[in-house]
Design a protein around this ligand. Structure first.
Ligand SMILES: [Zn+2]
Length: 97
């Protein structure tokens, strides 16, 4: 699917529709000392309950495609909002129009 780089979206800081520029959203690396990560590591080391984590992983991995998400930047005030297409697809391109 091809999307234009600039689209009009509602900006809640400006209170009206303004032009937004789209940018691909990438997840940051998870923090190793965060609580969830520490628990995972503990379960891996000790071995107990490891089957639970494996089962959880298999249920989340079986879908191959992700819902494309973008960061949309308001051209007036510069605030970022998420722009999500609520449909799974293989490939999305941003195109200059
Ligand atoms: Zn704005």
């Amino acid at each position: 699917m091809k999307l234009p780089k600039k689209i009009k979206l509602y900006c809640k800081h400006c209170g009206r529709h303004t032009e937004h520029t789209l940018k691909e959203f990438k997840r940051r690396q998870t923090r190793g000392l965060a609580w969830g990560e520490r628990v995972k590591r503990k379960y891996k080391l000790k071995g107990y309950g490891a089957n639970k984590i494996k089962a959880h992983k298999t249920t989340t991995v079986y879908k191959q495609n992700k819902k494309p998400t973008f960061l949309a930047r308001c051209s007036v005030c510069g605030h970022y909002t998420y722009f999500v297409i609520d449909k799974r697809m293989k490939k999305v391109e941003l195109v200059n129009v």
